[in-house]
Design a protein around this ligand. Structure first.
Ligand SMILES: N[C@@H](CCC(=O)N[C@@H](CS)C(=O)NCC(=O)O)C(=O)O
Length: 204
């Protein structure tokens, strides 16, 4: 299988962590696809018409996107502990946590594009504030439920860890740990996992 990938992408990180946690590393080859909305890749666009990473060519003629679909597909490709609970409350809790974390990430990536890619004179402070509000409320919601994470490793907690890792990577000055002590402690412990250590985004 071929994963269109770039190490700074938090959505790619979700997939890479799931690959490691499920023992699929030998079956997934990474193809470098450093793109932005203003610097697309024709070969990625052929694989994913939306032009975003991650995308996964499964090797049997199918290309999957986005991270949620890829992760759920990969979870069917191994015999170990499942990252997507099969049914019941555990499944909906994991999927909701994933949606919450992905929402933080969407707002974070939008903010990054607005503050890094967009020419300074065209930037829109109110819009950035709106995105930062989504991030703040999302982190508050994670803090409110983090005690129920326990030592669960599933798509919900992997996604939460990727969201917090991205905030550290792109917005260290926002100090998300302030006022979120339980979440900070959980993230520190979760970050010790080899899959987290191996996928820390590169500086720069
Ligand atoms: N919902 C998508 C989001 C993926 C995403 O936003 N990827 C970013 C990189 S972090 C991207 O490819 N941006 C390029 C673009 O928007 O054109 C997922 O879960 O995979």
């Amino acid at each position: 299988m071929k994963l269109y990938s770039a190490a700074p992408s938090p959505f790619v990180r979700k997939v890479r962590i799931l690959v490691m946690e499920t023992g699929l590393s030998d079956r997934v080859e990474e193809v470098d696809a450093h793109i932005t909305p203003i610097n697309p890749s024709p070969s990625l666009n052929d694989a994913n018409p939306i032009g975003k990473i991650p995308a996964l060519a499964t090797g049997d003629g199918m290309t999957l996107f986005d991270s949620r679909v890829i992760c759920e597909y990969l979870d069917t490709q191994h015999q170990g502990a499942k990252m997507f609970p099969q049914d019941g409350a555990a499944r909906w809790t994991a999927l909701r946590r994933q949606a919450l974390a992905d929402g933080i990430l969407d707002a974070g990536v939008n903010t990054r594009y607005e503050t890094f890619l967009r020419p300074e004179e065209q930037r829109w402070p109110e819009w950035i504030d709106g995105q930062k509000g989504k991030i703040r409320r999302g982190v508050d919601a994670l803090e409110a439920e983090v005690e129920s994470f326990g030592d669960t490793v599933d798509i919900g907690t992997i996604s939460a860890a990727c969201a917090l890792g991205y905030l550290d990577f792109r917005f260290p000055g926002d100090n998300w740990r302030d006022g979120h002590p339980k979440l900070a402690a959980w993230f520190e412990a979760f970050s010790a996992r080899p899959s987290m250590q191996a996928t820390v985004p590169p500086a720069g």
